[in-house]
Design a protein around this ligand. Sequence first.
Ligand SMILES: [Zn+2]
Length: 321
Amino acid sequence: MDGVVDLGQDVFAIDTRMGGYSGITAGYVIRGDRPCLIETGTAKSAPRVQECLSYLGIEAADLATVVVTHIHLDHAGGAGDIAAMYPNSQVVVHEKGARHLADPTKLVQSARRVFGPAMDRLFGDLLPTPAERIVALGDIGHIDLGAGRSLEAFHAPGHASHHIGLVDSVTGDLYTGDAAGIYVPETQDVRPSTPPPDFDLDLAIASIERMRTALPTRLLFSHYGPVDDVSLTLDRSIEELHLWVEMVREARDRNFDLDHAVAMVIEQSQVRLPAFHDDADVVLKFEELASTAANVAGISRWLDKVEGPGSTSGDAAGVTR
Ligand SMILES: [Zn+2]
């Protein structure tokens, strides 16, 4: 089936096609005794995800677990729909995100404020998940996949306070969510995702280092796909984070407002990473997913916190991906 890729050992990547784009938002399925879906995609993706699960032989009664790495709408927007489609599934989320899945009112309101008319095109509304079906994880967690196989979860804040990473006990795969940035298959390189209000450089780097200590065999990025070269990729994630923070710091030193800071970062990135910027389609879809403006606003908000307000300060609250 188009957009379903067999990654071996009962692991499958499915393209959830956020906003109709191919190759930016992945969900993963671990088939087996207790089938598990990692990332629901957006609410609008739910029928597509259901179709993919059905293709993999997983019907309404079969799905045991749904895990979301964090509650941003490109990862968990379909949680309510998927919970309704698969009535036996438990929905696993970090404890800081649990109440927003049970009652998404505030999350949806703030997303609508940030995305305006693009909200319906990209995401749709996150529906509530019945509270009794939500399993909230703390610093670590264990998800039973059956037959002695499990996912071991750990808190991985930095991109978002409610972010977790997951390691498959059989394959050594590490589900990175957005905590190690965004992998762009077209250029085989990473790009940071540092949105407000949560982005924190120190926590983000600590989470990436935590991933390294798990000695993963492969990284499975929600954006987008599997990556074998673990240590090089994690190194690049950290390097890009530092570079982006330095660029925003420079813009503040030069007293640029947020718009000028964004323009400066784009200009410097075009020089630094011409392969990415040469392909207009790639730039467009990854900007929809994690825009330079959201990244700069998130870094700026973090700098405000650690260094005091600067020229790029402003209302950057509530960007939800
Ligand atoms: Zn994301």
